[in-house]
Design a protein around this ligand. Structure first.
Ligand code: EPU
Length: 416
């Protein structure tokens, strides 16, 4: 199993090119199932999760052609309307094939995702929404069996805001008969990117970017070209890294109009940011100031940045309070950061962080994707050497993070 060895205390300086967004690419690749035409995608990130979804899509019969960050999909010869447990268990986003397969072919068999390190993460809202669109759904032997003659538009209000739930129902509704109204829809930029692609494929969607999506179903969708938006979470992760280590970095291929409150929090920390049309220059000198926050849905503070900000807070000039409201078990990095000398105590879904003068390197274990990124940040801020085990979590969602960071001065190597 690969590990990362990080020697802390290095200032970051130089340019980092941000990759396409994982959480936009995954639903967008699944949208290839909605049409027999060619979907020509660019800015697709090189990630393990992208490989997994392409493997899953290829075994349905979707034709996949890949050339670096360009992927072309053709769905004219889909033969298998199934997502097997072996693939779904490794990546929950596999559930995103359910809506498209059902809408286009009237049938799908998708494994129920099992448990997850960060929370129980049920998919009841995906199922409830598809039932409202007229699907007959049974669950047997760990699989969701969904059937319909033709989906019919409906008004759907999910019990909570769900990102992939909104995406699944949005894709299904594009091919349903009549009008579908999705209320309480997720507004994440990744949902908007998917909606923009669907419109380019011929879908009729109003309210894009709001919590009320109105979809007029069409008989079929056609091929399209689309560039995946750049990854705001990857960008913000590097901004946290420079906030923790000090330095001067320029992020390229990013956007400045789709960030959430995380950017305001970075300013509070003391990071000086200069925005260009597709770039952010970030400069940090001195010790970070502590920031308190609660995670909420977009445009609130993203749960996918909670761990990385906690890493910065561990060495801040005071105490902070972090409350996680989206997932019930997303504090597994706390014990690992405490191994590096951090002073964090949890109380239910709140973590109290007392800023310490220094962290000291130690062996630690990555437990999930964003926790891994937070340990990389903490290790870069620590004195001495940290070995981070189980970094396959990191490879699922960051495109060669250690390569990008060593190019700007971090001392970080992958060891086999
Ligand atoms: N929920 C339900 N029932 C459902 C759906 C969701 O109870 O049917 C609950 C979840 O258990 C959770 C909350 O609703 O407590 C929100 O979950 P959501 O459905 O929004 O999460 P997701 O769609 O499974 C996506 C991202 C996650 C990100 C969350 C929240 C993708 C592929 N994944 O997950 O990304 O944390 O939204 O923003 O888009 C990551 O990239 O590290 C990651 C975990």
């Amino acid at each position: 199993m690969d590990k990362l060895q990080v020697v802390g205390g290095k200032r970051l300086e130089g340019e980092i090119v941000i990759s396409g967004a994982k959480n936009a690419a995954l639903p967008i690749l699944c949208a290839g199932l909605l049409t027999s035409g060619d979907l020509e995608l660019s800015n697709v990130p090189r990630l393990h999760d992208v490989k997994t979804i392409l493997k899953l899509l290829a075994q349905t019969g979707l034709k996949v052609t890949q050339d670096d960050e360009r992927v072309t999909l053709n769905g004219s010869a889909i033969t298998t309307l199934e997502a097997p447990y072996e693939l779904v268990k490794t990546m929950r986003a596999s559930i995103l094939v359910l809506g498209p397969l059902l809408a286009r072919f009237g049938e799908a068999k998708v494994s129920l995702p099992g448990g997850c390190a960060i929370g129980s993460r049920p998919v009841d809202q995906h199922i409830k929404g598809l039932q409202a669109l007229g699907a007959e759904i049974t669950i047997e032997g760990g699989y969701i069996y969904a059937k319909c003659k033709k989906l019919k538009g409906a008004r759907i209000r999910t019990d909570m805001i769900t990102v992939t739930g909104t995406e699944n129902l949005l894709m299904a509704a594009t091919l349903a008969d009549g009008e579908t109204i999705l209320e309480n829809a997720a507004r994440e930029p990744e949902v908007t990117d998917l909606a923009n692609l669907l419109v380019a494929m011929g879908a009729k969607i109003e309210g894009i970017g709001t919590d009320r999506l109105v979809i007029q179903g069409v008989a079929e969708l056609h091929g399209a070209r689309h560039a995946v938006i750049s990854d705001r979470i990857e960008a913000a992760t590097f901004l946290c890294a420079v906030a923790a280590t000090g330095g001067d970095i320029l992020l390229k291929n990013t956007r400045t109009d789709y960030f959430d409150v995380a950017l305001d929090k970075l300013r509070e920390i003391g990071l000086v940011m200069t925005m260009g049309p597709a770039s952010i220059r970030a400069q940090m000198g001195g010790r970070p100031k502590p920031v308190s926050f609660r995670t909420t849905e977009y445009p609130g503070f993203p749960t996918d940045m909670q761990a990385q900000f906690m890493a910065v807070n561990t060495i801040a000039s005071g105490g902070s309070r972090i409350t996680e409201t989206i997932f019930e078990n997303r504090f597994m990095h706390v014990q690992e950061m405490n191994r590096l000398g951090a002073a964090i105590q949890t109380e239910g879904n709140t973590a109290h962080v007392k800023g310490v003068d220094k962290l000291v390197g130690a062996p630690v274990m990555a437990t999930d994707l964003r926790a891994s990124a937070s340990l990389v940040i903490a290790a870069m801020a620590a004195q001495g050497t940290t070995i981070i085990d189980r970094i396959y979590h990191l490879d699922r969602g960051y495109d060669r993070m250690e390569v990008k960071l060593s190019a700007v001065g971090a001392d970080i190597v992958r060891i086999k």
